[in-house]
Design a protein around this ligand. Structure first.
Ligand SMILES: [Zn+2]
Length: 406
């Protein structure tokens, strides 16, 4: 626990002398004094401080208004924690898989922080309106990423989401109810229909409104929305009534009923435009024609670039191509689980058995559902010819169950 921050103020003439500083330096233009209080006495070697541009909370406040929860702490849990993060007010829980040596893990922190407004301040009334929590938070996450990490990072993040949304439409083609924003979940276990739809379609809906009214007007609307409904639970109709009252005529420009009650992806949803995003997607398409990326083309790729590339590759790659891709870029050994799992899913789809040891290790090493569900599903889905994969899945699962049941 850190010392308590009590004030941010202008320097006072003379007070710098105790720290061997002159007034000219202490009170120079642009200088501020940050005051902290530590209630317990400590020896000097235990005094430590970290300085950095943390930025996320300020970006969140610029978007939504004041942070209402005083503290924002992060607790990194053991690898068995099943989620990326959980936005418990004042103390977000995180999976250790986010610590991977680049800035992409920070996007989950941005997401959980954004829940301090959308989700924790304004909560969906029931799970049928879950998109009010997650769509807004995904929108806010990307605005924070854009402000702190730049437009290209935000576009990559949106692109990965767009890809995910399209995959969900395929997954639920026989259960279209789940592809609506406002769903009917009577008699349904919310875990059975958990998907990216409330996140990504919700994001697309809000992004569509932003494009219609322009960012300044939408930002003003967001602040008013938070201020009006904070510490309340609301449903989709309450949101839509407020939207129509505050952005008059919006229902004539954007089909609000189609977006909230319709199935599938509305025609005015939008794939992001960014040079990095388009380049990666076209490189993935070239793979279908047999072209692998060159070392220099991927030299500065971080986890998200690889994730997007792998997600856009065709699912029916030859096992020999998987082996070549890995011998060049060592993706199966990536410290970034997003990359490693995207690669292992391709390996399973291509029945590239050389990588099954790594699949087994991964299933045993982490508990994050985002990785386990697709890996287990890939192993057991598909009819004949998958016997070895099914045996592997059962064997690992049985051992995991024995470990976690007392
Ligand atoms: Zn969330």
């Amino acid at each position: 626990m850190s010392a308590r921050h009590v004030d941010r103020r202008d320097p006072i003439s003379g007070e710098g002398a105790a720290l061997f500083s002159t007034d000219a330096l202490w009170c120079a233009e642009g200088r501020v004094v940050e005051e902290f209080v530590m209630e317990q006495p400590i020896p000097p070697y235990l005094f430590a401080f970290a300085v950095g541009e943390l930025g996320f909370r300020e970006a969140g406040e610029a978007l939504f208004g004041p942070y209402e929860w005083e503290r924002f702490d992060l607790l990194v849990l053991p690898p068995s924690f099943p989620y990326g993060g959980m936005e418990n007010p004042r103390m977000t829980f995180l999976t250790p898989t986010l610590i991977k040596g680049d800035s992409s893990g920070a996007q989950v922190v941005a997401h959980e922080l954004a829940h301090s407004w959308t989700g924790n301040l304004i909560t969906n009334k029931t799970n049928e309106h879950f998109w009010l929590n997650e769509g807004f938070t995904t929108y806010a996450e990307r605005r924070i990423v854009e402000a702190v990490q730049g437009e290209d990072r935000a576009a990559l993040n949106i692109g990965i989401g767009w890809r995910g949304l399209n995959k969900e439409m395929e997954r639920f083609k026989d259960n279209l109810e789940v592809t609506k924003l406002k769903t009917n979940q009577e008699g349904v276990d919310p875990d059975d229909v958990y998907s990216e739809v409330p996140y990504e379609k919700g994001f697309q809906f809000l992004w569509r409104i932003e494009r219609q009214v322009g960012r300044p007007a939408f930002d003003e609307f967001l602040k008013k929305y938070i201020a009006t409904f904070k510490f309340q639970s609301i449903d989709t109709d309450t949101f839509l009534d407020f939207l129509k009252a505050n952005l008059p005529g919006i229902e004539k420009e954007v089909d609000l009923i189609l977006w909230t009650e319709g199935t599938g992806i509305p025609p005015d949803a939008y794939e992001p435009v960014s040079s990095i995003y388009s380049k990666i997607v076209s490189m993935a398409n070239e793979f279908k024609l047999g072209r692998m990326p060159r070392e220099d083309e991927v030299a500065d790729w971080q986890g998200q670039e690889w994730e997007l590339y792998l997600e856009n590759l065709p699912k029916s790659i030859e096992a020999s191509q998987i082996l070549e891709l890995n011998s060049r870029f060592r993706l199966s050994e990536s410290k970034d689980y997003e990359v490693k799992v995207a690669f292992l899913l391709l390996a399973i789809a291509s029945k590239c058995k050389e990588h099954y040891v790594e699949v087994e290790k991964t299933l045993k090493a982490v508990g994050r559902k985002k990785y386990l569900v697709p890996l287990y599903s890939a192993l057991v889905e598909g009819g004949t010819g998958k016997e070895e994969e099914k045996i592997l899945a059962k064997r690992v699962l049985q051992r995991r169950v024995t470990l976690i049941t007392p």
